[in-house]
Design a protein around this ligand. Structure first.
Ligand SMILES: O=C(O)CCC(=O)C(=O)O
Ligand SMILES: [Fe+2]
Length: 346
């Protein structure tokens, strides 16, 4: 969808004051949020229907709790994670400032390459797929942050004075936490702590700040359609607006925003490596009519040429070169399907 050579950003639709949602953003009835979101109706429901919160400072029980959370949820909050809370707040704040304080022209000067999936910069759709894909009610800025050879801060916004420093420091902190979590996840399966890290190899990290403008008809749209993440592990923070949901036991469950916590999402390569003992988490973002929402997802992936395989025998998944997995994901599009099932051995 392009106007005068410029891609449409969701924020500009909202700023134009349109009262309705353009047809490209209207989800088919089956994927609209209100038809299948689980509502928590009593406090008794709460623990069963909310992802666990794991205190990483509690060494005695952390492995056990982590194993349970990975097996039952594939996603969980961590607190006392060692990342300065100030840094989480700073990142949310510089991110919001880019989307809300810069003019559209300034933002568009950072546009990503619309023809190349996952290219760095300012963009507004999740994938380059077939023409009939419904668009997400979301704009984003994707940063290539690790390995250091990919990190090029001059390509990042500089309108907030400390934007680049905050993103770089956040990237380093997320890498440390991702490595620590992959170690603990290995141990929770009685594997050596280095096991999953050794299969994944050098971590390729992207940081995506998503901005979901208020939507005049939230019942018709999704901020981000249902998907699992392609890489190994995703670390996500959000603001207090909320909108992230995860799919569990046939229902969509709202993830409470906890401002000091980091939300951990197991991604597809971890499912392959653990031979399906831990499944990647399907998730999506819903929209709302009144408040713009920010989230920051930090993806940790293998190198494109890395071969990913299960570490248990007999293997339930084919070995796959990460590049091939990514290409098939972009070709088919997430569309709520589990692309990873195509790797299952019979
Ligand atoms: O905004 C969110 O909470 C979800 C973001 C997400 O899933 C992604 O960027 O892959
Ligand atoms: Fe995701």
């Amino acid at each position: 969808m392009e106007v005068e050579g410029n891609p449409i950003r969701v924020q500009s639709i909202v700023q134009d004051g349109k009262m309705g949602v353009p047809p490209q953003y209207v989800q088919p009835p089956a994927t609209r949020a209100q038809h299948n979101s689980k509502k928590i109706s009593s406090s008794n429901d709460y623990d069963a229907l909310t992802p666990p919160v794991i205190d990483l400072s509690n060494a005695n029980i952390v492995i056990e709790q982590l194993g349970l959370a990975c097996r039952e949820w594939g996603a969980f909050h961590v607190i006392n994670h060692g990342v300065p809370i100030r840094l989480l707040d700073d990142l949310r704040s510089v991110g919001r400032s880019f989307f809300e304080d810069c003019s559209m022209d300034q933002k568009l000067s950072y546009s990503c390459d619309a023809n190349s999936p996952a290219s760095e910069g300012y963009g507004s759709r999740m994938l380059v797929a077939s023409n009939d894909t419904v668009l997400d009610w979301r704009d984003y800025f994707d940063h290539h942050t690790l390995p250091l050879s990919r990190r090029n801060p001059p390509r990042w916004p500089h309108f907030s004075p400390n934007y680049r420093e905050v993103v770089a420091e956040y990237s380093d902190q997320m890498k440390l936490l991702a490595q620590r979590l992959l170690g603990l996840i290995s141990e929770s399966l009685s594997l050596p702590s280095s096991c999953i890290k050794e299969v994944v190899g050098e971590l390729y990290q992207n940081i995506t700040i998503s901005y979901y403008p208020p939507c005049p008809q939230p019942e018709l749209t999704l901020g981000l359609q249902a998907h699992s993440d392609m890489g190994a592990i995703t670390l996500l923070i959000q603001d207090d607006v909320g909108g992230l949901e995860i799919f569990k036991d046939g229902e969509w469950i709202f993830v409470n925003p906890l401002s000091d916590a980091i939300f951990v999402i197991l991604a597809d390569q971890t499912e392959i490596i653990t031979n399906g003992k831990y499944k990647s988490s399907q998730h999506r973002a819903i929209t709302n009519a009144s408040n713009a929402r920010i989230s920051v997802a930090t993806f940790h992936d293998p190198a494109k040429t890395r071969k990913i395989h299960p570490v248990f025998k007999p293997p339930k998944y084919h070995e796959v070169m990460y590049q091939d997995y990514v290409s098939s994901w972009y070709t088919k599009g997430p569309e709520g399907k589990r692309n990873i099932d195509s790797l299952l051995l019979n």
